[in-house]
Design a protein around this ligand. Structure first.
Ligand code: GLA
Length: 372
């Protein structure tokens, strides 16, 4: 399928929200949502062409078969070892990252456009052959992007296999609610997670799942990212993740199903985004590896801390960690996962605080109404 020429597809709802994605890696090249000014706002960073996204932090691509890192050269299933390409971490901390050398972000998918019950859809399908990137089993994958009529980007993942295997699919969207004109210091983030998976110097989980209490990863209350970045040079956890957040947060879910995971808002554009997921965890990544050399959309320059990724997932290295929720998929079972990025605007009416001297945490200029 690799020889097929990638094509771009656009879907939009009645409010004008639109999503453009490539058949290459399901890469989203544009996601525009209505703002408080009634205009459409770009919410994702992007490169000049989808072909450039792999080398620039997997920007806005579908990730598979396994999101994030697998250590130890591979994993064992039913006593059989499956070696994986060591495509990250260099000589010191080799690991498999985001599906290997040619992960799902580099594959050309079959795309079907149709009208779904909640809004217009793009369905991406692909049969990942047995042994692809070292993973066992023919894995059939179907991922549906919906632009819902209430201004959300909904992603439904489905996979089936003909041999026992592992699967952990996600989307690596780089959100910047300012349209990518500056970094995300004035954005506010909140994550429903009391615990995170601790990592070693190679960003591989140690198996410990400590509390966020008292750490820079306590994002349970709305937190201005500029304040997090200001600590990044001194704080041990942030330093260890190349000067920012790049951690797997374990969500405080009380029941299975679609649940709120995070809030992301920009006090300057007045745009707000809520993340909902059926997954147990989310990798929050503040684009610590992004450089100014990113071949960005015409006329733009990006750099470190210019976006936040909310990669909903099972914990990294789960195939090697029996204590983590299992990522195993057996023949006859169906892998299903749903994530919703729901867009809205900050309330503009009933907050006198303007953020300057208020508990809301949103920072200067905020008009959220959640303060005192
Ligand atoms: C994930 C990882 C990061 C980094 C990015 C891609 O967020 O956790 O360490 O590899 O993907 O650059």
């Amino acid at each position: 399928m690799g020889h097929m020429k990638p094509k771009l597809y656009t879907i939009s709802n009645a409010a004008g929200m639109s999503l453009t994605a490539s058949s290459l890696g399901g890469i989203v090249t544009s996601l525009k949502v209505p703002g408080p000014d009634g205009k459409l706002h770009e919410t994702l960073l992007a490169c000049r062409s989808a072909e450039l996204h792999h080398g620039n932090g997997y920007m806005n691509a579908l990730i598979g078969r396994f999101g994030n890192r697998i250590s130890g050269g591979g994993f064992s299933l039913d006593g059989e070892f499956h070696a994986l390409a060591q495509n990250s971490g260099g000589k010191k901390h080799p690991c498999s990252l985001h599906g290997g050398e040619t992960g799902f972000d580099r594959c050309v998918w079959n795309v079907e456009k149709y009208a779904g019950a909640e809004g217009p859809c793009l369905a991406f399908t692909r049969l990942s052959p047995d042994g692809e990137e070292g993973y066992p089993g023919n894995l059939f994958v179907r991922v549906v992007y919906t632009v819902t009529e209430d201004n959300a980007w909904r992603i439904d993942y489905l996979a089936t296999t003909d041999k026992p295997t592992v699967a952990n699919l996600t989307q690596h969207a780089y959100f910047n609610l300012n349209g990518g004109v500056r970094d995300v210091s004035e954005h506010v983030v909140q994550v429903d997670a009391s615990r995170y998976t601790a990592v070693d110097a190679g960003l591989i989980p140690t198996g410990e799942v400590p509390s966020v209490e008292g750490t820079a990863l306590d994002l349970r209350a709305p937190t201005r990212l500029g304040d997090v970045f200001a600590r990044a040079g001194r704080d041990k956890l942030l330093k260890g993740a190349s000067g920012g957040i790049d951690h797997n947060f374990v969500l405080d879910r009380t029941a299975p199903g679609l649940a709120h995971a995070a809030d992301f808002l920009d006090t300057e554009s007045g745009l707000a985004m809520q993340v909902y997921t059926t997954e147990p965890c989310v990798q929050v990544y503040t684009a610590n590896f992004l450089t100014e050399a990113v071949p960005a959309r015409a006329g733009q320059t990006y750099g470190k801390h210019w976006a936040v990724c909310f990669e909903t997932q099972h914990a990294p290295d789960s195939p090697n960690r029996a204590s983590f929720a299992s990522t195993r998929l057996d023949p006859g079972d169906v892998y299903r996962s749903t994530t919703v990025y729901a867009f809205g605007t900050l309330e503009t009416d009933d907050c006198d605080c303007r953020g300057d001297d208020c508990d809301c945490g949103h920072g200067h200029g905020c008009r959220c109404g959640n303060g005192k």
